[in-house]
Design a protein around this ligand. Sequence first.
Ligand SMILES: *Cc1c(COP(=O)(O)O)cnc(C)c1O
Length: 647
Amino acid sequence: MKEFQSESTSDMKSAPGLVPEPITKTDFYFYRDLPELLKPLEELSWNYFWSWNPEGVELFRELDPALWEKCEQNPRLLLEQAGELRLWQKCGDAAYVQRLQQFAQKLNAYVAQTPQELGKMTAESPVAYFCAEYGVHNSLPTYSGGLGILSGDHLKSASDMNVPLVAVGLLYRYGYFRQRISHDGWQEEKYQDVFHSQLALTPVLDEKGERLAVMIHIRGHEVFAQAWLARIGRISLYLLDTNVQQNAEVDQLITGHLYGGSSETRIVQEKVLGIGGVRLLRKLGVSPSVFHLNEGHSAFLTLELAREFLDANPDAEFTDAVANVREQCVFTTHTPVAAGNDTFTTQDLRDCFDANFIASLKISESDFFAFGRVDPDNQGEPFGMTPLAIRMSRSANGVSEKHGEVSRELWLRMLPDGTQPSEVPITHITNGVHAPTWVAPVFQRLYEQRLGENWPELLRDQLTWDISIDSLTNEEIWNAHRKLKKLLIAFIRDRTQTKETGSRETINEHKDTRKLFSPDVLTVGFARRVAAYKRWNLLLTDVDRLLKMVDDKDRPVQFVFAGKAHPQDRGAKKILQDLMTINHDSNWQDRAVFIEDYDQEVARYLVQGVDVWMNVPRRPHEASGTSGMKAAMNGGLNFSILDGWWI
Ligand SMILES: *Cc1c(COP(=O)(O)O)cnc(C)c1O
């Protein structure tokens, strides 16, 4: 209870308990004397490949199912904490040992393949993918929501398709917050120190075997960032981290919290990501054929590329540098409203970029500031990361057809008067999900049996898929769905059961969960970030009618909710609180639950087990959305507004 702060302060630096201890983490290795036959588990735990292969997940779970849940599906923690007795018991399980060996061979064969050559994109000149968050798996808490899940899925798909790609991001020491709802319905946040956990990250070393670090000029001095490597199948994900001893405490906190702190924290974080990220790739000897800016957070990387170009070409001008950088960069925008795009004041910029850096771009300070404005002449306009990214990229895209259209209108003002929206060079590529991550094992088995081992590949060809999917009978689909629905109900009961201490610590706990939910009742799932445009409150506009639906004798409905509100968004927290007030109705209590701490694990149970996935955004504010895709792949129905991907 104590670690929870009822409200987070806007400036994390002043929050008690969040100042880093003077320890800095140099690696996550620990020695565990695993029995010889179980040694492959060690190797498997260092590559997230296990996480999207049901056999891999099972191997860890089976080692000690209770401990697996306690460790929140973190294999490194599991291996650290597994009891000796349990290890030797599994060692005697010949079938287990055999499956372990087979899966270890599968991983080795998988990573041994050399990447495809796709035009200019080769192993030596890969795509460099930049994003501020990555939702690879819960045990790597470097994501908050949709953007992170998308980039995590992107890496896994690139791995499966064997696309030459390296990824760059940040390691946040306190990650994103863990959520809990107090008795008065108010969201409480807790930040956990990832350095106290076990992460599947290895330190990146230079050729002398020393810790590789990059330097970025921030706040008037050099700040160091060290790099960590996460293995996502065949893909390397590098995460920069300013938590090093050489840095002052306040600079150690630059990579402290994901989307936390003030705009000053954001701009310095984004400088580490963009500029530090390019310097890291150079030190690693990676020469990307293309830089992919996934959302504007990393757009400062284009300035570093311009600086490099001007450094190497003393006769060139800034406009030459822009032309050169544009050839190297592509940009994906994810935000359909102007206010959702990151902007910084002139003061933020001045504090973050010293005169030397700006001079190295061969432009004046005022031209530099103007370069990030929609209207360069409007001195009152802040510096936007999206205008910067659009100017510096050879191609830009939105994340669904509708969002492409909205983006063209949104950024039309950057082009000369009289330009038509259709002429704005922003296209669209609809977001997707990585099927093996989101399809439940029962459905994966069905797809394998009926469509073949390569079912995820068939997904890419509509005609083949349409023909193949018909080989599944309705009965098979229904039976698989029933199993998943029962699993979801068991999960709901488990998550909402009052703790053993007997005291109800949060509003969503039940003393007796046996009455909670029935597999024979239509189950609607609604889980997403609590943001005004997602319209959580739509359901509450007529509570009497809602309660009637829930209580209907012949055709009742039950609801499962989950979602986090941004710590600084009081309006969103109020929406959650309003939802919680219905809890006084006892029928509602049996038929509606809020699962706290929405994350990938919760999402998986929900999208796989509900009958109907509900989404009611205010059109056209849902740039794409992806959760409904996950439900569809598991036989669920979508009940949605014609917005984003769903159109
Ligand atoms: C899939 C997913 C999202 C994105 O889904 P939306 O449709 O944008 O809500 C967000 N958070 C989690 C945990 C997810 O799994």
